[in-house]
Write a protein that binds this ligand. Sequence first.
Ligand code: XIL
Length: 350
Amino acid sequence: MSWRITMMAIASAVACTTATFALAADGVRSLAHTAGIHFGTAVNVEALGDAPYSRLLAREFDLVTPENAMKFSVIQPERGRFDFTQADALVAFAEAHAMQVNGHVLVWDQQLPDWLTQGHFSSDELKAILREHIQTVVARYRGRVASWDVAAEAVGEDGKPRETFWSRGIGPDYLALAFRWAHESDPQARLRYNDYGGEGAGAKSDGIYTLVADLRTHRVPIDAVGLQMHVSLNDAPRAEDVRINMKRLAALGLQTDITEMDVMLSMPASRAALRKQAVLYGAMLQACLAVPQCRSFSTWGATDRYSWIPEFFPGQDAALLFDADGRAKPAYYSVRRLLQHAGRGKAGRP
Ligand code: XIL
């Protein structure tokens, strides 16, 4: 399908699914709302023309993160030429379905355009490039994108600051600068640091804690920490450690979110594995529900049809709440049951 046709299909999906929005009350999103959290997913913008997919999104989720559409290489493919086609489509879809948008991602070491990584820029030039990028993107969606993943994956497995394209080019203060520029461009937006592998206990979790504590000490405008939660049945953190980690971040004045959960399974997935997966999703959701400052729970994709897992982890798949045909899996029912019984919701939620 050509890009033009895809965009037309997206426009009609936005229109059609608006008409069926009344059905949305049947999905998990309304249960999550009652429980006091947002329920989100990453969205593949190029697939929005797939009507069953976009209907499922509208029914189940009230928070969307563009899976790729707001990454640097997509938004600024050539220096100074910004392309908001996909990002605009995502934001329009979200608004048509009363969903919040989480912008993803402003400062990351991956999916950077060649003109940037292969150019030879001085520190001042790189600062100017990053500043222009952040200001242009955040200002465009001021008031329409509720939160931003300002920076991601800046801490190594050993807990020390990771050497990245940005740290090499600008120096260690690139993170503080990025948060400040984002805040200036939309003072209302909730600004987040997002990382993987530091959800529970351990060196990386401690490193992330130290990093964000330092940002807070220096009055950098950071509001939240995103815990990605890309896990398998063997390497998931203990839910109790996740809760404890959220609590210590809350003590710094930071909110938390589970931002990208998926649980990859070895294929073909057995019924026993799907049951264990359901338990794990439930345990992580429960950790979030137990901490008032945990505001949202998102999966990295809605259905296994569009999951990134099989491409990046050969032999693994079936990581999400819905199968490739949009049928709910045991994990979905586990999440649903928990939200149904989550009670009156969280104190203090706006
Ligand atoms: C992944 C996307 O899902 C893929 O389509 C893309 O090819 C690579 O990036 N952590 C993140 C996401 O924060 O941006 C990544 O998304 C998955 C890991």
